[in-house]
Design a protein around this ligand. Sequence first.
Ligand SMILES: [Zn+2]
Length: 176
Amino acid sequence: MQDPEFERIGKRLIQEGLLSGNFGNMSVRSKDGFYITASGSFLDNPGELVYVSRTKGVGTGASSEYRVHQKIYEMTDGTAIVHAHPPFAVAASFGGDAIVPIDSEGKMFLPSIPIADGEPGTEALAESVGEKSGISPVVIARGHGTFACAQSLEKAYLLTAITEHAAKVLYYRRSF
Ligand SMILES: [Zn+2]
């Protein structure tokens, strides 16, 4: 399965510096599972998506972070997930258990962004992000990146951009 929306959103993520190289992944919910970008694929040219089924298992070549996506879909009614590596949000994640935005959009849409722990690709990370996705549409894996869940890839991308903007404002605020 291919979906041009993945490429459109992938291009935005890269153009806006929300991820670099071939990092990050995206998925959309479907029937008894979800379609996710392949491991190592570039999000501005994602190609063939891989299906992860709740009953029939994981398709060959699925992104190594499929466990986190699976857990978020179990814990929420969201239908799309964007995972990116926005540098300011990652830097801000080392501080505590949540980022509390001070800018107006951040305060409105994401008043407290929880931080999850666990090594990339592990069940521990999936558990930690999944648990916190019940209280916030964006969760940051400490030192790693954002997982944003919404009703479309575009909305999940917007939440990712709001998170990075909030982290940037917190950073720049310190210089005044
Ligand atoms: Zn990642």
